[in-house]
Design a protein around this ligand. Structure first.
Ligand SMILES: Nc1ncnc2c1ncn2[C@@H]1O[C@H](COP(=O)(O)OP(=O)(O)OP(=O)(O)O)[C@@H](O)[C@H]1O
Length: 334
């Protein structure tokens, strides 16, 4: 999957009515997801994570830029072909299975629906596939005739995952797949996703607020800030080798690290996506910002490790311990 220079601009609404303002939900996003790879996406609320996920699964058409899957540009195809290409190749798991599943259909119909729409196999084969999908996600067969309302939250998310896998996709995009679930079942759903990824050789894009989980699940971590991708870091080095000040600040504030870091304070609110700051959008909260940062957003620089790149005029020195940065940031608030 390849996204090139994708922008998504919405018309802003106030009290249900459109205003003259524009919301810059995604700005110049570039992203490649290779077969079998897991890419995590992190950032504060409203930074464009869900918008990027929707662009990847072809639900959101970029205002400009391109999205290509298996070498074919999605939005250059006729609508029917695009739906067929996305439907067969990319599965999506949404945040809240209660709203993502049709409440009036039993599990077997929910799982058969994509097979019917894409005319996969005969009647008997489709029924076999439904049984196979249920067993793949650990749902007892007895639940085939249950309605979503009769299932637990965890079981509902298993149904949603099975539906995403129905057509044997190469890529699954999971947008906050556990945030609507009880804490007690979150780990089970995450482990299921990890297990399926291994067994089926899936590529996975995993969007989450829970950056510890993202770090654990991913090969690469994408940091977003106010609609922009500001860094891509190999997941195993993200807490100590990230070079964008925002990535360091985000990870320094994560509870539950084995080796707790000194938190770097993020002062002030996230600016509005309607009027993003000029230049680098993080400059209004960055302790390293200077006038250059207001003038332009630099392009990506490659760090010394493969798969690591960042967009920053004043990157953190390579391998500088986070505790030094925490001290520095307290001395030099923007
Ligand atoms: N249809 C829309 N119309 C207007 N603005 C929108 C629309 N969809 C998203 N936005 C705005 O675009 C920005 C990015 O939204 P998005 O949902 O992608 O963020 P997010 O990082 O996924 O947030 P969260 O973590 O809270 O789900 C936000 O400012 C949001 O309010």
């Amino acid at each position: 999957m390849e996204v090139r220079n994708a922008h998504v601009v919405h018309r802003a609404r106030s009290g249900g009515l459109f205003t003259r303002d524009r919301v810059y939900a995604l700005t110049g996003a570039d992203l490649t997801v290779a077969a079998g790879e897991t890419v995590g996406v992190v950032g504060e609320s409203g930074c464009g994570k869900s918008t990027l996920a929707k662009v990847l699964v072809g639900i959101q058409r970029p205002t400009s830029g391109t999205v290509s899957f298996r070498g074919r540009e999605l939005w250059a195809m006729p609508a029917g072909e695009r739906r067929a290409a996305v439907g067969a190749g990319i599965g999506m798991v949404f945040q809240d299975p209660s709203t993502a599943l049709n409440r009036r259909l039993p599990v077997r119909r929910i799982l058969r629906d994509p097979l019917d729409v894409h005319e996969r196999g005969g009647r008997g084969e489709r029924e076999d596939r439904v049984r196979e999908l249920m067993s793949l996600v650990g749902l007892p067969r007895a639940l085939a005739d249950a309605l979503p309302g009769q299932l637990s939250g965890g079981q509902r998310q298993r149904v949603a995952i099975a539906r995403a896998l129905a057509l044997d996709p190469a890529l699954v995009v999971a947008d906050e797949p556990t945030s609507a679930l009880d804490v007690s079942v979150r780990a089970q759903i995450l482990n299921l996703l990890l297990d399926l990824r291994e067994r089926l050789g899936l590529a996975l894009v995993f969007v989450s607020h829970d950056i510890q989980t993202v770090r654990r699940m991913s090969d690469r971590v994408i940091t977003m800030y106010l609609g922009r991708i500001v860094e891509e870091t190999p997941a195993d080095r993200v807490t100590d080798a990230a070079r964008h000040p925002y990535t360091r600040a985000l990870f320094s504030a994560t509870p539950g690290l084995l080796d707790p870091l000194d938190p770097i304070p993020l002062t002030g609110p996230v600016p509005s996506a309607t009027r993003p700051p000029s230049g680098c959008p993080f400059r209004t909260r960055c302790w390293k910002a200077d006038p250059v940062c207001a003038e332009s957003m630099p392009g990506f620089s490659a760090a010394s490790r493969p798969g690591h790149r960042y967009r920053c005029h004043h990157p953190v020195e390579e391998d500088r311990p986070t505790r030094d940065l925490a001290r520095q940031s307290l001395l030099q608030e923007p």
